[in-house]
Design a protein around this ligand. Structure first.
Ligand code: CA
Length: 238
C-alpha cells in the first residue's frame, strides 16, 4: 500500500499537527503518520488547533474544514494573519471548487477531499514537506521565523532587527532547536573561536531575549543550569 520505507526516511521525526474533531479520522491519519516516523499532535477543535499552531513547533499541519467550534478556514486565516508559516493541508468533505479556491487563497498549501486514500494523503504530506524545504529555507519555532537568505526575522507579524552577531546566534540556535548548547559550542559555532572568552555568550543571549521575547509572547530561550541554553517551546500556555 505504501511506498518503500526509504522514501520516508528524510521526513521521519517531522512534527505534524492534526486538527480534526472526528476521533476515527484523526486516529486513522495519526497512526499512518506514526508508522512512518512522524511525531503527531492531535487537536480536536479550531481554538485549540490555532493556539497550538501559534505556539508550537510543527513542520506541517493537517487542518479539517468542518470543526465543532469554528471552520478550518478561520483557523487558517487567523494563523496566517499572525505570521504562522507552517505548511497547511486542508482536509474536508467539501469538494466544491470554491472551497478549494478559498482555502488556497487563505494560504493553504494543499487540499485533500474526504474520503481519501491513506496512500494519497501520505504521498501529499511527503511532497508538501519536500517542496517546502526546497522552496524556502525558513527556520521556525512557534511564531518566530528566520529566513537565512533574506536575513529577515519575524515574531508573529512583527519584524525584528538583529545585529549580525545576534542573527548568527539565533540561526545557530534555530538549527539546533531543542538541543541544549554549551557556551563553548556557541563560541565555536557563532564566534568561530572555541577558545574565546565565553562570558560574551550570556550577554548576547540577553540581547536576543530582549528582542525576540516580546511582552505576551511565549518564551523561547531557556537557561539549562550547568549546561548552557536551549531554544524550544516548553509550555504553550505560558
Ligand atoms: Ca470534522
Amino acid at each position: 500500500m505504501f511506498a518503500t520505507q526509504g522514501a520516508e526516511a528524510k521526513e521521519a521525526g517531522k512534527k505534524v499537527l492534526v486538527v480534526e474533531d472526528e476521533p476515527r479520522v484523526a486516529e486513522f491519519i495519526s497512526s499512518a503518520l506514526n508508522e512512518f516516523g512522524y511525531i503527531v499532535t492531535w487537536s480536536e477543535s479550531g481554538a485549540d488547533g490555532l493556539q497550538r499552531l501559534q505556539s508550537g513547533d510543527f513542520d506541517l499541519a493537517i487542518l479539517d474544514v468542518l470543526l465543532p467550534d469554528c471552520d478550518g478556514f478561520e483557523v487558517l486565516a487567523a494563523a496566517r494573519r499572525k505570521g504562522m508559516k507552517t505548511p497547511v493541508m486542508m482536509l474536508t468533505a467539501k469538494t466544491a471548487v470554491e472551497d478549494r479556491v478559498k482555502g488556497l487563497d487563505l494560504g493553504a498549501d494543499d487540499y485533500i477531499p474526504k474520503p481519501f486514500e491513506l496512500s494519497e494523503l501520505m504521498a501529499r504530506v511527503r511532497a508538501l514537506l519536500r517542496r517546502r524545504s526546497a522552496e524556502y529555507d525558513w527556520l521556525t519555532l512557534a511564531d518566530l521565523t528566520l529566513e537565512p537568505v533574506t536575513r529577515q526575522v519575524t515574531r508573529g507579524e512583527k519584524r525584528i532587527d538583529l545585529t549580525a552577531r545576534e542573527f548568527s546566534l539565533l540561526e545557530y540556535m534555530l538549527r539546533n532547536k531543542g538541543k541544549p548548547l554549551s557556551r563553548a559550542q556557541i563560541m565555536e559555532n557563532v564566534w568561530n573561536d572555541p577558545n574565546g572568552d565565553s562570558t560574551v555568550v550570556p550577554v548576547y543571549i540577553n540581547y536576543l531575549r530582549t528582542k525576540i521575547e516580546l511582552p505576551g509572547c511565549v518564551r523561547l530561550i531557556h537557561t539549562v543550569r550547568g549546561v548552557g541554553y536551549v531554544l524550544e517551546v516548553r509550555d504553550f500556555t505560558s
